[in-house]
Write a new protein. Structure first.
Length: 86
């Protein structure tokens, strides 16, 4: 996820593993940005991530701050995603 590689539908579609990149939520392609900021299927996980980020920073965090300042809550967010259901 940090490098733009991962189990997102957009990434898998890019390599012709999936026929389309659409997120099951129906709100566009399933990119990393979509999962971090918009996907309604991850609202609960995103709120926990946001709560943890706001303890020491601002929301939304800058991309570089996610790794430099908020790595632990980011990893918790990523691990909470069941990609098999997305």
């Amino acid at each position: 996820m940090v490098t733009g590689h991962g189990k997102t539908r957009a990434y898998l579609h890019r390599f012709k593993i999936l026929e389309n990149a659409n997120c099951p939520c129906g709100d566009g392609d399933q990119t990393i940005n979509h999962l971090l900021n918009r996907c309604p299927m991850l609202n609960a996980q995103r709120e926990r991530f946001k709560h943890n980020v706001l303890k020491t920073g601002i929301w939304p965090p800058k991309e570089q701050d996610i790794i430099l300042k908020h790595l632990k809550p980011f990893l918790q967010f990523i691990k909470s995603i069941n990609f098999d259901l997305l």
